[in-house]
Write a protein that binds this ligand. Structure first.
Ligand SMILES: *Cc1c(COP(=O)(O)O)cnc(C)c1O
Length: 441
């Protein structure tokens, strides 16, 4: 369970092999693509999420290259990081998008993404969301990834009312164990996601018989932060069994969507590259006679995770009876993964100074669960900068205002330039709606 690899011994990141590409020591400490993190902190303050445009482009391109020469679509699972500038960058490279809400749909449209490249996943799609998706850009989104019989009926009703035909795929639950953290395993049979393998055929028959539904594909998504590619192959084979059964009944499947889930390096995980994990999968896909179908994926974490880091400033070093705390200005409301999954991320000094000591790196939030890293050997003093690595995915997109803390700023480093892509949330911004309610009384 790589998400929950608690350290029992103090750990120290190897500065010569950091998990974020394009991050390296320079004359002023750590620099991302040549831009000193200290300069970013001076200009934009902390806590701040810092992303590398170059890493984002490389990560997306690695999927495109692995799928080159065949009909394909890479739908970025934007819940990993939904900043408009990041969506725009990926849309410009031809990305489709995997969305899970009307809010995410609005973000894709605002960023200039193509509605036809959108797949809509999620177990609780509401009528208004379905309507917005059917109307997006006039001709609607590319596909609903349907997760229940109720949802199928609901989509059919809304499509009938609007005089449209809704493109559908079923998210089938292949019941494979991705061997990842239980909170991010999604393809087991007692999971809220997807439709059970055994009931899928019947749902496909229903959809195929409807004048307001059009069967276009099949999809699955078995989990996240998957390092061992074997479960993907297992899912592929099970799904193809179903596809072949559907085709014997004359139900045409135009696209096959294997979902997302490829893991990244947080500490010492060595996930395969997209090309490495996809090569045997595509070989099997072709060998079983499906090579002319559109092959789709929904990667999130592996596109943005290692492209981002969270920059913070040490506020207080506090020695307790048997522990030394490094209290920083970032907290669980900025980066929830440690509190939520016990997740590990490397934390490195922007410019180490003095002797290293073992610290628990924690935030100022009033919760003992508010920690970012435990038992870390760090050479730090109050006022120093720390970078929490591999923070691009499920970082800012999960941020909250707990403790009335404003959400962090986000900046994008692109070709040696730094651009603010979301300003720091102010207290005024946080209070505005409640003040309006007070004043309306
Ligand atoms: C979260 C999610 C993804 C992306 O998962 P990653 O592990 O970030 O690649 C893809 N598809 C669906 C349906 C999801 O819910």
């Amino acid at each position: 369970m790589s998400e929950a690899s608690h350290s029992t011994h103090p750990t120290r990141a190897d500065r010569s092999r950091l998990p974020n590409p394009h991050l390296a020591d320079g004359p002023a400490g750590l620099a991302l693509d040549g831009v000193a993190l200290a300069d970013i902190a001076r200009q934009f303050g902390t806590p701040t999420y810092v992303y590398s445009a170059r890493a984002l482009r490389e990560n997306f391109a690695s999927y495109q290259q692995a799928l080159a020469g065949r009909k394909h679509r890479v739908c970025y699972a934007m819940k990993a990081n939904s900043n408009l500038s990041i969506l725009k960058l990926l849309a410009g490279m031809g990305a489709g998008f995997d969305i899970v809400s009307a809010g995410e749909l609005a973000r894709v449209l605002a960023a200039g993404g193509d509605p036809a490249g959108i797949v809509f996943s999620g177990v609780g799609k509401q009528v208004a969301e379905i309507e917005a998706a059917l109307n997006a850009g006039g001709s609607g989104i590319g596909c609903f990834n349907v997760e229940s019989a109720t949802e199928l009926a609901r989509i059919e009703q809304v499509a009938a009312r609007l005089g449209k035909r809704a493109p559908v795929s079923f998210r089938v639950n292949p019941d494979v164990d991705p061997k990842t953290h239980p909170y991010i395993s999604t393809g087991l049979k007692d999971n809220k996601f997807g439709v059970a393998f055994g009931t899928a055929i019947d749902l496909y028959r229903r959809a195929a018989a409807s004048a307001h539904l059009k069967v276009v594909g099949i999809d699955c998504h078995i989990g996240s932060q998957i390092i061992d590619p074997a479960p993907f192959m297992e899912a592929l084979d099970k799904m193809l069994d179903l596809v072949e059964q559907l085709e014997r009944e004359g139900i045409v499947i135009e696209h096959f969507d294997l979902g997302g889930g490829l893991g990244i390096t947080y500490r010492d995980e060595a996930p395969p590259t997209p090309a490495q994990y996809l090569a045997p999968i595509l070989a099997r896909f072709d060998a079983r006679g499906h090579g002319s179908k559109t092959f789709m994926l929904e990667p999130g974490r592996s596109i943005v995770g290692n492209a981002g880091l969270l920059l913070s400033t040490v506020q207080v070093i506090k020695q307790a009876a048997s522990k030394r705390f490094c209290i920083v200005d970032a907290a669980m409301n900025d980066y929830m993964r440690p509190a939520m999954y016990g997740a590990y991320s490397e934390i490195v000094e922007v410019a180490p100074q003095g002797d290293a000591a073992v610290h628990d790196v924690v935030g100022p939030v009033c919760e003992s669960g508010d920690w970012l890293g435990r038992d870390r050997l760090l050479a730090v003093a109050e006022g120093d900068l720390l970078a929490l690595l591999s923070a691009g995915a499920y970082g800012m997109s999960m941020a909250s205002n707990y403790n009335t803390r404003g959400r962090a700023a986000e900046v994008l480093v692109d070709a040696g330039q730094v651009r603010l892509i979301r300003r720091r949330e102010t207290i005024d911004m946080q209070l505005a709606d409640e003040l309006a309610a007070l004043q309306a009384r």
